[in-house]
Structures are given as structure tokens and as C-alpha cells.
Design a protein around this ligand. Structure first.
Ligand SMILES: [Fe+2]
Ligand SMILES: [Fe+2]
Length: 257
């Protein structure tokens, strides 16, 4: 990679914190089930800070595209967490009860990429970008679905603007993964597939635990439209060189259905 990086430029052109109405969002009531999902989402948004710390310790902050991206990404996700907390922070004790807690806070996906794979020419940044693309794809789908289900217009607006930002994150990770996949040897490609197959889980599962995750989204997985949207994640992965045919989401849905 040399010269201007087009996908970094596209990301930077539209980077910036989302705007949201703290007064109005601090006043609305949401159903307890909905509040639980928003609360869980805010935990996942906060996990970005840990991911970025881990990326920095692996030296990803010295890579031409990831160095400028990571701090901006972290700031944008932190703003999502802040806005979501404003909505759930004042809900009734009944809504707050039973909110999922963090199961693991440090054992994040990227920490499970074996350290010996880390290095300038290693597949680790490729695996990270592919993981990022799957996470951002699912985040985009989750927030657009939440926006459709929200009843307060001010909450719908917030969730839509978060979804749009997640889509921009997806575009960055996908492009960064495609460039790396293209330049990578098939040996490193096979290594990356092995690592991804071993550590991938849908966003939220490592943090909340599989049981709490399934409980949270129980009704969602029976929704045909949403299921199709989740399954489409595998087509996104297929579009990354070296990663075609992995069927990560298909396998997961087959296991939990
Ligand atoms: Fe986010
Ligand atoms: Fe994101």
C-alpha cells in the first residue's frame, strides 16, 4: 500500500461524531426488552476501546491505513455508547433488572489472534479487518432493525444515524481486508481462514456469553427477514479474497436454530 489510500480518504471525508438530542433522548420511555438490547449494545460499543488498545499493542497503529482509522473509530463508537446510555440510563428499575452484564471484558476476539501471527507481513491485520467487517455488518443490520422497531421518532433518528456510521465502518474494514487478501499468499490465506474459523462469533457473543446473547435475540432469529439479513454476512465475507465459502454465520445459525 502506498500513496493515497482511497478507502481511508472516503472514511475520513465523512468521519465525525453523530449528533443526537440529549434532552429528548433522556426523556423517552422504551419497553424493557428493547432497553435490554440497547444496554447490551452500549457495552459492545464500549468494547471498542479495548480492541483498539489490543490493536496498538500488536502494532496495528503503525500501519498506514489503520493508524489514522483506529482512534477515530474508537471516538465514534464511544459516542454511540454515550447516546445509548442516555436512553437506558433513566429507565424504570423493572426495565433495568435483568440487563445482561459483561461476561468477559478483556478476552475480546482480537486478543485471541495468536501473538506469533502478529507482524508487518503477517495475516493478523487481515484477520482483524475481516473480523471488523463482520462485526460492522452485523452492527449495521442490528441498528437498522432497531430503528424500524423503535416507537419514539427521536430514538429512530438516533438508531438510523448510528446504523449509517456502522455502514461507513463496514466499508473501511471491507476495503482494508480486500486489499490485504489480494496481496496475501495462499498459505497465509489458509492460515487466516483457520484462525477466523476458530475464533469468530457474532458480535456480542464473546462479551455477553452465548446463552445471554440467544436470550436477548430469541425472538429475532425467528424473523425470516432478519435471518436472511444475518445470512447475507457470509456473502460479504465471500467478497474478500481468500475467504470465500467460509459460511461462518450459516454454521452459527445452524447450530443455534
Ligand atoms: Fe457503534
Ligand atoms: Fe462501528
Amino acid at each position: 500500500m502506498s500513496g493515497g489510500i482511497d478507502y481511508l480518504e472516503r472514511f475520513e471525508a465523512r468521519a465525525g461524531l453523530i449528533t443526537w438530542d440529549v434532552e429528548a433522548l433522556g426523556r423517552i420511555d422504551v419497553a424493557p426488552d428493547f432497553a435490554r438490547i440497547l444496554h447490551a449494545a452500549s457495552l459492545l460499543e464500549d468494547d471498542t476501546a479495548l480492541t483498539v488498545l489490543q490493536c496498538n499493542s500488536f502494532g496495528f497503529d503503525r500501519l498506514e491505513d489503520l493508524a489514522p482509522f483506529l482512534p477515530q473509530w474508537q471516538a465514534e463508537e464511544a459516542e454511540h455508547a454515550r447516546a445509548l446510555r442516555t436512553v437506558v440510563g433513566h429507565q424504570t428499575p423493572a426495565a433495568a433488572a435483568g440487563q445482561p452484564g459483561r461476561k468477559r471484558s478483556v478476552d475480546h476476539l482480537i486478543a485471541r489472534v495468536p501473538a506469533r501471527f502478529i507482524g508487518r507481513r503477517s495475516p493478523a491485520p487481515f484477520v482483524f479487518c475481516a473480523l471488523g467487517a463482520t462485526a460492522e455488518y452485523l452492527a449495521t443490520a442490528l441498528y437498522s432493525e432497531l430503528a424500524n422497531r423503535a416507537t419514539a421518532p427521536v430514538l429512530t433518528r438516533l438508531l438510523r444515524s448510528i446504523a449509517r456510521q456502522e455502514a461507513r465502518h463496514l466499508a473501511f474494514f471491507l476495503a482494508a481486508a480486500r486489499v490485504r487478501g489480494q496481496e496475501m499468499s495462499s498459505f497465509d490465506g489458509r492460515l487466516s481462514r483457520g484462525v477466523l474459523g476458530a475464533i469468530w462469533a457474532p458480535i456480542g457473543v464473546p462479551t455477553l456469553g452465548r446463552e445471554a446473547w440467544l436470550e436477548l435475540f430469541a425472538g429475532w432469529l425467528d424473523d425470516d427477514h432478519l435471518r436472511k439479513r444475518l445470512e447475507k454476512m457470509d456473502r460479504v465475507l465471500d467478497s474478500i479474497p481468500q475467504l470465500a465459502g467460509m459460511e461462518l454465520m450459516g454454521t452459527f445459525l445452524g447450530e443455534v436454530a
